[in-house]
Design a protein around this ligand. Structure first.
Ligand code: PLP
Length: 376
């Protein structure tokens, strides 16, 4: 038996929409399917303005331009995250100040963030790891008290909530990914939620190579010109057509993932309480998660690698996750040297289990049995 770590699920209506897009004869950005997909997202989650992008990486780069990040500025973010969270701001010359994760979750620790704020802090970026919400009351409070914009990297967090509020729609800006490893996929794709209304106009300009082409197409100006920094951040309408097909199946995607997540949780949480040799995801009362990921945190690198080996021997592709960015080859020398013990603990101990639409109960049972055999 071989079980991959992930497998994008295609429903069939994606290809129909791609054919329609070809028929419409408008294949570049901001065609009919880009509109349908962004309106779907705005209406479903009550988002002020949702702009499709070619990736979450691009949405983060737009965020850094929109917030006027300049050389010398400081941006606080977790060390336990994907490189794009940091790259987007480093590209604008910012110095990244890495904060530690919490003790009970890979999410960034609010107390650590507050202790790192200086006069130079221009943005705080948080990541909702595994689609499980950060403590947003605390982060909104920090945003308001210090007047520092909050960016939610919600790449993994579509259809996740903090109380009744959708993740990505709470901070000043929110970013999503439709990479093939995420819940909703478009091959490569992303989205920027512009929650702060005063940033919408500039966001549209930045996304269109720094031109006011959108206002021109809407007939609001009589010629279009270069008026700001920008790049080509908009996806082709073929990508949007595929994505819209996935959006139409959002409920089915989520229902199936939750079934799989709950299967894992019912077996593995019980085991973790019994053997006390690893942790399972912590679910705060305020978080309704989207079953993006099921993970374990082993108590040592050896223990984690031993379990990975057991999976490898059986052809099951479970996998570790981020290497802390503060000790990365590229950024180590620029880090201020503070130890980030929790971040390192997740780097060494975390293991993610396969989670995709077609996983069967027999496969799930064999994955759980490997974990049970290993720890007992
Ligand atoms: C996947 C991911 C990204 C990058 O998304 P892309 O769409 O591949 O650019 C950024 N941040 C986090 C937390 C992610 O999980």
């Amino acid at each position: 038996m071989t079980i991959p770590f992930y497998k994008p699920h295609v429903f069939g209506n994606e290809i129909i929409h791609i054919q329609e897009a070809i028929h419409f004869n408008k294949l570049s950005g901001d065609g009919p399917f880009t509109k349908k997909a962004s309106i779907f997202f705005e209406e479903k989650y009550g988002i002020n303005r949702a702009l499709l992008t070619t990736s979450c990486t691009d949405a983060l780069e737009m965020a850094a331009i929109l917030l006027d990040i300049k050389p010398g500025d400081e941006v606080i973010m977790p060390s336990f995250t994907f490189v794009s969270t940091a790259n987007a701001f480093v590209l604008r010359g910012a110095r990244v100040i890495f904060a530690d994760s919490s003790e009970n979750s890979p999410n960034i620790d609010p107390a650590c963030v507050e202790s790192l704020i200086t006069k130079r802090t221009k943005a705080i970026v948080i990541v909702h790891y595994a689609g499980i919400a950060c403590d947003m009351d605390q982060f909104i409070d920090i945003q308001n008290r210090y007047g520092i914009p909050l960016v939610e990297d919600a790449a993994q967090a579509i259809d996740s909530f903090y109380d009744s509020k959708p993740l990505g729609g709470i901070g000043c800006l929110g970013t999503f990914s439709f990479h093939e490893t995420k819940n909703v996929v478009a091959g490569e794709g992303g989205l920027l939620c512009v929650n702060n209304k005063s940033l919408v106009h500039r966001a549209e300009v930045i996304r269109e190579k720094g031109t006011n082409r959108r206002a021109f197409l809407r007939g609001e100006v009589d010629k279009y010109s270069w008026c700001d920094l920008g790049s080509s951040f908009l996806p082709s309408d073929l990508t949007a057509a595929f994505l819209y097909g996935q959006f139409e199946n959002l409920d089915a995607i989520q229902e199936q993932r939750k079934k799989i997540w709950d299967f894992y949780d019912s077996r593995i949480r019980t085991l973790s309480l019994k053997v006390k040799q690893f942790e399972v995801p912590f679910l705060p009362d305020f978080a309704t998660h989207n079953a993006h990921m099921y993970y374990l945190v082993c108590h040592s690198l050896d223990s984690r690698n031993g379990l990975l080996k057991k999976f490898g021997d059986k052809g099951i592709n479970a996998t570790f996750h981020y290497n802390s960015l503060h000790s990365s080859v590229y950024y180590k020398a620029q880090h201020d040297g503070r130890p980030l013990l929790q971040s390192d603990r997740y780097t060494d101990g975390l293991i993610r289990l396969p989670l995709y639409h077609e996983l069967t109960e027999i496969q799930l049972d064999s994955i759980c049995s490997i974990i049970e055999d290993y720890f007992t």
